[in-house]
Design a protein around this ligand. Structure first.
Ligand code: NAP
Length: 237
């Protein structure tokens, strides 16, 4: 047995760090015991045929790319964003790349800052599909500020989108994810784990998301729900 193997715990939760200065340097650390990624995790994405995935921020950028990738893998999708035109475009692309007879994604136009919209999103998704296997908390906003320039209004705005909406959505989805022994992926940022100048409030919001990821992972591991974050560096979206 290799030395590293002895250190792995076979975790079902881990965090990926991508260092923007060393873009090829990707490390994974287990959230349970900080061991390295165990050998028994199959990093190839499984076939998602029949899985129901809810993706927030699916009208643009990372969320749109995630939706399209999941469609290609055969997932049934519930996509949400505020921009309906963009959402429809992503839906078209999902149908184009998906397996033959791919169902058009279910689309819910919602402002995640509105609690009623978040509740409706979950209700409508469950009504449509009857189950939920994967939640991707991706929607977020980036605002630059320092401790000298940030305002309370900015703090509330960024926290509301990046933290509170994901928290509310997660709490509402948990019973459904426990039922399917499902997965949550939170799209965080390198700014959550590193202190980057000019990203004061944004970094705080992503640190909060990382803490939510760790706590939820620990709390739900025994119920078979995997909870991970991805912490990208700069991406052109
Ligand atoms: N791009 C990067 O360099 C980078 C790096 C690290 C982490 N991230 C994180 O990755 C995630 C996606 O970023 P991105 O670059 O793909 O951004 P993006 O292209 O600007 O997309 C953001 C998505 O979030 C949605 N959204 C924002 N506010 C919303 C609200 N109040 N209600 C509902 N939906 C809302 C947007 O929907 P509408 O457009 O329809 O309003 C859009 O679909 C974010 O959490 C971001 O913090 C990005």
């Amino acid at each position: 047995m290799e030395k590293d193997d002895a250190k792995t715990c076979g975790p079902i939760v881990f965090r990926i760090y991508v260092d923007p200065l060393y873009i090829n340097h990707v490390t994974r650390r287990c959230l349970l015991c900080n061991c390295k990624e165990p050998r028994n995790i199959n990093m190839a994405m499984d076939d998602l045929n029949g899985k129901v995935a809810l993706v927030t921020g699916a009208s643009s950028g990372i969320g749109a790319a995630t939706a399209i990738l999941f469609a290609r893998r055969g997932a049934k999708l519930s996509l949400t964003g505020r921009n309906e035109v963009n959402l429809q475009r992503v839906g078209d692309e999902c149908v184009r790349v998906g397996p033959a007879n791919t169902e058009r994604p279910f689309m819910v136009v919602a402002d995640l800052c509105c609690e009623a919209d978040v509740a409706n999103l979950v209700d409508a998704t469950i009504k449509k599909f009857g189950r939920l296997d994967i939640l991707i908390n991706n929607a977020g906003i980036v605002e630059l500020s320092t401790i000298e320039t940030a305002s309370l209004e900015q703090f509330d705005r960024v926290m509301r989108v990046n933290v509170k909406s994901a928290f509310q959505l997660t709490t509402l989805c948990i019973p459904h994810l426990i039922a399917t022994r499902g997965n949550i992926v939170n799209v965080s940022s390198i700014a959550g784990s590193r202190s980057l100048a000019g990203m004061h409030v944004y970094g705080m919001s992503k640190s909060a998301m990382d803490q939510m990821t760790s706590c939820t992972a620990l709390e739900l591991a025994s119920k078979g729900v995997r909870v991970n974050s991805v912490n990208p560096g700069d991406l052109y979206t």
